[in-house]
Write a new protein. Structure first.
Length: 145
């Protein structure tokens, strides 16, 4: 089963929370953790990875916390997953390096899995946090009716 780890899931939830509060100032890790029901210590480990990737900025001081480094429309799920998980690869078969997969020249696998991986990456890169915030707000508004 292909699975995104808790790093990827929690990273997406944290960035979603920042996107939903975009333009309203910094958010502390405890506030992010509470809002998305995430463990503070784990989130403390993820935020530097997101910062290093240029997805979030850290603001110091009594009113400090984290903000998105760019508008939610310019940050994708793929950006966040790569920042916290590393390269998106569904199997070693997608490597063209015979040291990783010695069967690469005699196997149908690389073609199949490369196509699947490309579709997965394209989908993750097509979903922006602006899209997520909009669709979630719309769903919650419809539920309230």
């Amino acid at each position: 089963m292909l699975r995104v780890s808790s790093k990827g899931r929690y990273g997406v939830k944290a960035v979603y929370e920042l996107a939903s509060r975009y333009g309203r100032g910094p958010v502390t890790v405890p506030a992010l953790a509470r809002a998305q029901n995430l463990p503070d210590p784990y989130l403390e480990q993820l935020m530097p990875l997101l910062k290093r990737a240029g997805i979030v900025e850290a603001l110091r001081g009594p009113q400090g916390g984290y903000i998105l480094a760019k508008p939610p429309s310019q940050v994708t799920v793929g950006d966040v997953v790569r920042a916290v998980e590393g390269p998106i690869a569904i199997t070693d078969c997608t490597s063209e390096d015979p040291r990783i997969c010695p069967e690469v020249t005699r196997c149908v696998g690389p073609d199949v899995w490369s196509r699947v991986q490309a579709a997965l990456i394209a989908t993750m890169d097509a979903i922006t946090f602006a899209d997520l915030v909009q669709s979630t707000a719309r769903e919650w508004a419809e539920e309230a009716l």
